[in-house]
Write a protein that binds this ligand. Structure first.
Ligand SMILES: Nc1ncnc2c1ncn2[C@@H]1O[C@H](COP(=O)(O)OP(=O)(O)OP(=O)(O)O)[C@@H](O)[C@H]1O
Length: 245
């Protein structure tokens, strides 16, 4: 076992993962520093979601290592990974996954309630984040009364209300219009920076990745280095190319 660097809150080494025999990650190593916003980019099927799932302990690591601070995640059983996710991690899916029987503030407060936070404190935190995301007026509605942009704002509020150590956001604005998506991303990144929340953000889009402190690119389950070359006329060639690292 290799010791992770001290200043990384998350650290993965030589991760390999297959979905039903089909390779999704082929030896990926990555470190995420405390308070950093790290973008994971790459085309469809390049392994972004699988990498986030391994880092977040959502799936058991098949080969390689994942460390959260000085704790090995790759040796944890499902119950310990579940507790780690509940107490320290947040997750935002591309499509909102909400509990239809609970109202909006109860959905936003759910991670805090599951952690054992009192109902009044959890409600206060949930309402504060719903306000910041401009859906405070929907607090007593049910999720099916919201339009899709409001539902996605709710999942962002739910993730931030619990003030996780690490927030994993998998294409968090994929279902939103451009202007809506930009506003939600601004709120998310500003909140992360002001609260010292580390963010791992999977995205297909360079303009979303540009909001991050650093970008890691994947191609066919491997890390690649993207070289930005100076712009040249169309006829002379491409402005950027990727090299296997
Ligand atoms: N549940 C699954 N069963 C089988 N194969 C899967 C499963 N999930 C992902 N894969 C495959 O694993 C590879 C990596 O998928 P992954 O979803 O991690 O990539 P991605 O970069 O997040 O793609 P996208 O941008 O489309 O979400 C792809 O070839 C994909 O088809």
């Amino acid at each position: 076992m290799v010791a992770p660097p001290d200043n990384d809150v998350l650290w993965a080494h030589a991760l390999r993962f297959q979905h039903n025999g089909s390779p999704a990650l082929c030896g990926v190593s990555v470190g995420v520093r405390q308070g950093e916003i790290l973008a994971v980019t790459g085309p469809r099927g390049s392994g972004k979601t699988t990498l986030l799932q391994c880092l977040a302990g959502l799936v058991p690591v098949q080969r390689g290592e994942v460390w959260f601070n000085s704790t090995p995640v790759h040796t944890m059983g499902s119950l310990r990974r579940e507790r780690l996710r509940r107490d320290r991690f947040g997750w935002i899916d591309p499509v909102p996954l909400l509990v239809p029987e609970l109202n909006v503030w109860e959905n936003a407060a759910l991670p805090l309630l599951l952690r054992g936070t009192g109902r009044r404190r959890a409600k206060t935190a949930a309402l504060e984040w719903l306000e910041r995301l401009d859906i405070g007026g929907c607090a007593h509605k049910r999720p099916d009364e919201l339009v899709s942009a409001e539902r996605q704002r709710l999942t962002v509020a739910r993730a931030l209300a619990a003030c996780p150590t690490v927030l994993f956001a998998d294409e968090p604005t994929a279902t939103l219009h451009r202007s809506d998506g930009a506003q939600v991303l601004r709120t998310l990144t500003a909140a992360a920076r002001s609260h010292g929340i580390t963010v791992v953000l999977a995205t297909l889009h360079p303009d979303v990745a540009a909001l991050a402190d650093r970008t890691v690119s994947l191609l066919d389950g491997r890390r690649v280095t993207t070289l930005q070359l100076p712009p040249v006329p169309e006829t002379e060639g491409r402005a950027a190319c990727s090299l296997s690292a």
